[in-house]
Design a protein around this ligand. Sequence first.
Ligand SMILES: [Zn+2]
Length: 410
Amino acid sequence: MGKILKGATAQDTHSAILDLIRSSGTVTRVDLAERSGLTGASISRVVKQLLADGLIIETGLGDPTGGKRATLLQFNPRARHAVGISIDTPSTSYVVTDMSGRVIEQVSSRGIGRDAPATAVKRITAELEDLIVKANIEPATLIGVGVALAGRQGGGGMRLLRTDASKYAWEPFAVRDTLSAAIDHPIVVENDSTCAAIGEFWAGRIPSANDFATVYMAAGFGLGLVTNGDVYRGSSSNVGEIGHMILDVNGPHCWCGGQGCLESLAAPAAVVKRAEQDTSLVNELALRGRRTAVRSDFAKIARLAAAGDPRCVRLIEESATYLAKALLSITNLLDLDQIILAGPGFSEAGDIYVRIAGTEINRLSFVRAMHPTRVEQSKLGPSAAALGAASLVLHSQLTPHQKSTRALTS
Ligand SMILES: [Zn+2]
């Protein structure tokens, strides 16, 4: 903290102190001075401003230290709100959270489907306005809107270039700029797997010293990385494309141009395709087999697998085994001690993926003799990306002393 604040601007100092209060639960001014390395006078000035802004509150008295009992300070999560939107082909999810990341309101609507970008953004803007009314929050308390995008991010204005090579692709389009023009709040845009990772971190489950990865499964796979309490974004926010890690050089062709990618072997569409070879299963589950039905078809298979149906267990275990192999390589590459499985793809049969990935990684990881690698399922549910996008707003607005979030909002 002392190092972070060396030469920091007033805004950075405020955000760093606020972050310290938030992560401490309750804390005294003396504790803050000790932990930050700032003088008592500086702390008093910052605390006075944070109290005036309503961002923190005074809450009782702490243990007596040398006679006088010092006033305890606490973060005030309801002072501000954030919105997170997850935009994907089959669905759009919205959440409103307070500053602790607690969900105040949550809705979902149809995805971008075949809509032209301009049409989709117009609808999203209208749905966002409805959401703010429904959540019954003061618009002035909304500090920003985070957008989690599936697919590739373009340079400059953060555009969703193509979600895939099919007819559902979006053409180059400045999502952030267009939303910014329509919405009178700061907009941050990030890929969905990075959003899911920052959501886990902000939800407070991860100690800030821990490095961890989140694997996000929707139509494909993405990896979000948090190191030293901050997101790792790569050079263009296209970090963590593990879906195109090649697991079989002679494997099936993938839309990316490669062959035998994790996505072509283990993503929901690959599982549904394999299930279609079993006619009785297709009839029993009323699988529709259409591209637009992949998410619901996969959910039916995964649900039955979770219930123990051997045909579906086999299908999900095969997908989980490919994912486990990919995560084993990632663990060896990054020396991870924690991997969290998040997103709608893990909603129904996450336990099977956790079991197989956990077993495989701890059986074979290069560092297994040094430390285990915990694999667990996210507790954020299928809206992990939307929640993460809201967390990204909190992260960028409340912790601008972290360099990567500053880059995001610039
Ligand atoms: Zn590929």
